[in-house]
Ligand binder design. Structure first.
Ligand code: ACO
Length: 397
């Protein structure tokens, strides 16, 4: 709908577009999506090629700099990130303030936001070097903070980062290692973890990235802006879907119950939706879901659990939905979250940590967009509204 509000704004027309279905809020050179064709490119490179040939550190460099690194640039980049992997010792005490059974996303919001109290130089947002340092700190510390959430919930001691390991290998060691014995990283799981990081790294102006950009547009501290992104990601319509998919597959429980759940999802009077299906932008296969499905098969084969009952339910559910008129008509395909949960579960990651891993991976996208916003002349984001309340009236009495 286009509404003539020239008398109110003194400027041109403005559009009423709930959910920003067809409104671009910015321009960006980081990521391109063609939802109709199911294409996702970072810096011009297709996501499936990046997942196959590249690794998360390279993709981080690409998102921040617009180009893949040379071998020398990559070495320097990785070394710099590794120099920031530890968190301030004082931060360890924060965790004690949270309930042991708190959702780890709640802890992430608090702890990442609190990083803003440690790095006062990060407010110098017009300084390119300071923006870069913020990115290094965040990329490096997110795995440490995420693994600490897990260790806190199960009462084990926090593990220090090990900089002799890869980014993914170090994360696995902080999650599953103990001070009692040296953790041996399984290379297949390490590769799968890295792939999950790559596939979630950026996705242009989704709800969480737009939130980070909007919060950043006021000049707020970048760590606080990332915390706002974590909050926006948490919901089941966005990053929380990977957790919701697994819960749904467990509720389905058996292939014989799939039809019943599909019928519920189609019922206009039932709010239930098939989790991991549908996407605002993709009206075709989510290219990340294809890679994720392949990675899922590889991981389960490596672990000798190809017959995992949840995977069987997932595959059958996908097949049924893809042949169902309701889903076909609405162009509802599996999205990135449909298979990621099964891989994460196979790796041994508890369900309530799934969205944390999404947040960890997406941090590079958030900070790249935040940095892009501040690297050129910009305006505070200020959406308008359509007022639907009472007209001006007299105060009673
Ligand atoms: N199951 C059943 N029906 C669905 C689903 C679903 N998963 N998704 C959309 N629909 C239906 C809607 O009911 C609606 O039907 P109608 O036209 O008869 O009213 C139609 O498809 C269009 O749906 P909208 O809600 O308008 O689509 P929108 O673009 O706003 O929503 C969203 C996209 C939020 C992803 C939605 O598809 C959904 O809720 N999916 C399940 C949650 C999920 O997997 N989220 C992860 C997204 S990917 C990510 O964030 C990484």
């Amino acid at each position: 709908d286009v509404i003539d509000v020239r008398p109110l704004t003194g400027k041109g027309l403005f559009t009423y577009d709930p959910g920003f279905v067809s409104t671009a809020a910015c321009d960006s050179s980081i990521t391109f999506i063609d939802g109709g064709k199911g294409v996702l490119l970072h810096g011009g490179y297709p996501i499936d090629e990046l997942a196959e040939k590249s690794d998360y550190m390279e993709v981080c460099f690409l998102l921040l700099n617009g180009e893949l690194p040379t071998p020398e640039q990559k070495e320097t980049f990785v070394k710099t990130v590794k120099s920031h992997t530890m968190v301030h010792e004082q931060l360890n005490h924060f965790y004690n303030g949270f309930r042991r059974d708190a959702h780890p996303m709640a802890i992430m919001c608090g702890v990442v936001g609190a990083l803003s109290s440690f790095y006062h130089d990060s407010l110098d947002i017009d300084n390119e070097h300071h923006r870069e340092v913020c990115a290094y700190r965040l990329i490096a510390k997110m795995p440490t903070i995420a693994a600490m959430c897990f260790k806190y919930s199960n009462g084990q001691p926090f593990m220090y980062p090990r900089n002799d390991l890869s980014y993914a290998g170090n994360f696995l060691q902080m999650m599953f290692g103990t001070p009692c014995e040296e953790y041996q990283v399984n290379p297949v799981l390490e590769k799968a973890m890295d792939r999950i990081f790559v596939l979630h790294a950026d996705h242009e102006q989704n709800a969480s990235t737009s939130t980070v950009r909007l919060a950043g547009s006021s000049g707020a501290n970048p760590f606080a802006c990332i915390a706002s992104g974590i909050a926006a990601l948490w919901g089941p319509a966005h990053g929380g879907a990977n957790e919701a998919v697994l819960t749904m597959l467990e509720e389905i429980g058996d292939e014989s119950n799939i039809e019943e759940f599909v019928a519920k999802a189609k019922d206009p009077n039932d709010p239930f939706r098939l989790m991991g299906f549908g996407h605002r932008v993709y009206r075709n296969f989510d290219p990340r879901a294809k890679v994720m499905k392949k990675a899922c098969d590889e991981v389960l084969a490596e672990l000798g659990i190809e017959n995992d009952p949840l995977l069987r339910i997932a595959k059958r559910l996908e097949q049924i939905a893809l042949e169902d008129e309701y889903f076909v008509e609405r162009k509802l395909y599996p999205n990135v979250d449909f298979y990621s949960g099964i891989i994460l579960k196979a790796i041994g990651i508890p369900t309530n940590m799934f969205t944390v891993i999404f947040a960890l991976s997406r941090t590079i996208g958030w900070i790249s967009h935040w940095s892009e916003f501040h690297s050129s002349p910009n305006k505070i984001g200020r959406p308008r509204q359509l007022y639907t309340g009472p007209v001006q009236r007299k105060y009673p009495g």
